[in-house]
Design a protein around this ligand. Structure first.
Ligand SMILES: Cc1cc2nc3c(=O)[nH]c(=O)nc-3n(C[C@H](O)[C@H](O)[C@H](O)COP(=O)(O)O)c2cc1C
Length: 186
């Protein structure tokens, strides 16, 4: 699968005029999938347009930014792939484009099958492991639920991960921490 490995890969999913962090699930012998909670722009766009691009980024700030804010038009570039015009993030290190099919729906979720139609490595730079980077991603996952529930357990998880960001992260991770603290009121 090239850019996607077995397990869940956290990418910035771009759909028509929108960007948001999403997981892509890969299991042996199965095509890649997404499980999308209803109510997001991403799921609405996939149902309407039938495509998504997975954008691989090395700037951790983009995860909280696109989880909680709209994408600026200049942050997106058109790509003609799979017979249709799609969009990708200008800042992606690499991207994959998919046609989408709805496999199954429940009251709360849509299971989406992904058919790869194109991919590109834009920049081939090593991405050294940094616990601060990874903790920004984890804190953002919890924050997307915390803003609705204000649940104490989630707040503790966010604080734990922001502690790692403060200890191990660089300047960009600390900017992401400030953004997450603002969003969560912490
Ligand atoms: C790393 C990460 C992974 C996420 N994965 C998913 C996912 O697989 N499915 C989902 O429905 N939401 C997921 N979310 C939550 C969405 O990003 C969040 O609901 C977002 O606000 C949706 O934005 P949209 O309305 O612009 O689509 C994830 C969030 C993060 C930070």
């Amino acid at each position: 699968m090239g850019l996607l490995s077995e397990g869940i890969t956290e990418v910035i999913a771009v759909t028509q005029d929108n960007a948001a962090p999403m997981g892509i699930i890969v299991k042996p012998g199965m095509s890649p999938r997404m499980v999308l909670f209803k109510g997001s722009k991403t799921v609405a766009n996939i149902l309407e347009y039938g495509w998504v691009t997975a954008n691989f980024v090395s700037d951790c700030y983009l995860y909280p930014q696109y989880a909680f804010s709209d994408v600026a038009p200049d942050d997106l570039a058109d790509v003609f792939v799979g017979g249709i015009m799609m969009q990708r993030l200008v800042s992606a290190d690499a991207w994959m484009a998919f046609r989408t099919t709805v496999l199954h729906e429940t009251d709360k979720t849509c299971y989406i099958d992904l058919l790869p139609v194109a991919s590109e490595y834009v920049r081939e730079e090593p991405h050294p492991i940094n616990r601060g980077f990874n903790s920004v991603i984890d804190a953002t996952v919890h924050a997307t639920r915390y803003v609705y529930t204000k649940d104490d357990h989630l707040r503790n998880l966010i604080e734990y991960h922001l502690g790692i960001v403060a200890k191990c992260g660089g300047p960009r991770e600390r900017e992401a921490e400030i953004l997450l603290r603002e969003i969560c009121g912490l």
